[in-house]
Design a protein around this ligand. Structure first.
Ligand code: BG6
Ligand code: MG
Length: 227
């Protein structure tokens, strides 16, 4: 990628922003919790949004954490991932949220660099199923960083890969942990979801389908003015 002092980038979270894998993650955790006889529901699942698989397991096991040996916990992580990957295998390009492929095209036409910055270790396989992998200049995911959101590492990694400074990056996120990560990376962030979840974002849309290139480009321009 050419070094360019004026380059700008948009860093997309994946699960819950590009596609509804947030729900597939929820169903996989629910199945595991049911099998273990653990209390779990959508309200508990909200706390897992954006967190890595190991961090999520800690919340799912809660006060049963000590009942499981390290090797058993590793097996549970693998089991949850098997359930998740089974559902990912059934995904197709039709599973991208409405308007996302067009949005990526509009942003590309406006010369914006595009990256995915996700806590997931399965980001590439999901993007392949959606046939969107080639639409991004860079992918940074759970395989690239030691600390997951709310740590800023994955956003900083994505910014480095597209060779754009944080002040010229705009993040799109559906998770409270991801919004904190973007803020810690000193990037502007658009929240996708209800106000109670994304209140700390700089701007908000209710659903990914509501994202518009012209609005995102305006926010990017504002971020640059504030540099
Ligand atoms: C995040 C999701 O993007 O990735 C979390 O919001 C998920 O729900 C996390 O736990 C890790 O994903 P994976 O695919 O590595 O289990
Ligand atoms: Mg997400």
């Amino acid at each position: 990628m050419p070094a360019d002092g004026r380059a700008r980038a948009i860093l997309f979270d994946l699960d819950g922003v590009i596609t509804d894998t947030a729900d597939l993650h929820y169903r996989s955790w629910q199945r595991l919790a049911d099998e273990l006889g653990l209390p779990f529901d959508r309200a508990i699942n909200e706390h897992l949004r954006g967190l890595s698989r190991p961090k999520s397991l800690r919340i799912v096991l809660a006060d049963r954490w000590e009942d499981f040996a390290e090797s058993e916990r590793a097996a549970l992580l693998e089991r949850k991932n098997r359930y998740y990957l089974d559902s990912v295998a059934a995904m197709s390009p039709a599973d991208a949220f409405g308007g996302i492929p067009e949005l990526l095209g509009d942003l590309r036409a406006a010369d914006v660099r595009l990256a995915v910055a996700s806590s997931s270790r399965n980001a590439r396989v999901v993007l392949e199923r959606l046939q969107l992998l080639a639409r991004f200049d860079a992918i940074a995911d759970g395989n690239d960083v030691e600390h997951s959101k709310p740590d800023p590492a994955v956003f900083l990694c994505a910014a480095r890969r597209v060779e754009v400074p944080p002040s010229r990056c705009l993040v799109i996120e559906d998770a409270a942990s991801g919004i904190e990560a973007a803020r810690a990376a000193r990037m502007k962030v658009v929240g996708v979801g209800p106000p109670e979840r994304v209140a700390r974002a700089d701007a908000r849309v209710e659903r990914a389908e509501d994202l518009r290139a012209d609005t995102l480009l305006r926010l990017l321009a504002k971020a640059r003015q504030a540099e």
